[in-house]
Design a protein around this ligand. Structure first.
Ligand SMILES: Nc1ncnc2c1ncn2[C@@H]1O[C@H](COP(=O)(O)OP(=O)(O)OP(=O)(O)O)[C@@H](O)[C@H]1O
Ligand SMILES: [Mg+2]
Length: 211
């Protein structure tokens, strides 16, 4: 599904990582681990075409997506990509239903079935800002279930949750992978890492500083 070849990222003189190679197949879950500041979020942002790598290629089903123009990047994000964040990134002032509507496209499952899958049956009319953190992350997961992206990028999706809600998030991401999506999760949580098929340590790809 997605293959990264020789990827590097520098900010000024500082290299976060270089010669980074990894592949995530459809149906697999990869954990991105590494010290704070090692560049996990930056790598997710490169995979999601929100940031440009300094060098290397990102092949999505054989196409180098780093070479796409603005329209191609927008289309990739719209059609292929689902994002999940620690802070949920929902429209706080809108209802659950309205938050799901932004992800809806032809063939999406209906709201009640996805809300049932994340334990929020019957809650479509509630305003997001009235929900608890765990419930908000369930809405974000329901939005992924509506969108059915082929690549799911999750940035510390359990970081603000208790262990029960964290396990629920991992379970739904696993379901998405079983349905054939590729899932990449940046995490500091050992349980989340162990629930993935493999782990990739981003800090191990840093070049030692030279003086
Ligand atoms: N636009 C930018 N300009 C300069 N430096 C940046 C920029 N974006 C990120 N960085 C730096 O890159 C480094 C990696 O940041 P990143 O957020 O990817 O780390 P992370 O591994 O996700 O950390 P954490 O585990 O704390 O979330 C940080 O030192 C950060 O300050
Ligand atoms: Mg981060």
């Amino acid at each position: 599904m997605i293959t990264v070849r020789n990827l590097s990222k520098s900010f000024g003189a500082r290299t976060l990582w270089e010669d980074l190679d990894l592949t995530v197949e459809a149906g697999r879950m990869l954990a991105l681990v590494g010290a704070s500041g090692s560049g996990k979020t930056t790598l997710l942002n490169c995979l999601g075409l929100l940031e440009r790598p300094s060098g290397g290629r990102i092949l999505f089903e054989g196409t180098d997506v780093t070479r796409l123009g603005p329209r191609g990047r927008r289309r990739f994000r719209r059609d292929e990509l689902g994002y999940l964040f620690q802070d949920y990134a929902l429209i706080e002032d809108a209802t659950v239903r309205a938050n799901l509507a932004v992800a809806r496209r032809r063939g999406s499952p209906d709201d009640e079935s996805v809300l049932g899958r994340v334990g929020l049956a019957g809650r479509a009319q509630e305003k997001v800002h009235r929900l608890s953190g765990g419930e908000r992350q369930r809405v974000a997961l329901a939005r992924l279930l509506v969108k059915q992206p082929s690549l799911v990028l999750a940035d510390e999706p359990t970081g603000a949750l208790d262990s029960g809600n964290g396990a629920m998030v991992v379970d739904v991401l696993r379901e998405l992978s079983r349905e054939g999506r590729a899932v990449v999760i940046a995490t500091h949580n050992a349980r989340v890492r162990d629930a993935c098929d493999s782990a990739f340590d981003v800090s191990a790809r840093r070049t030692p500083a030279t003086s």
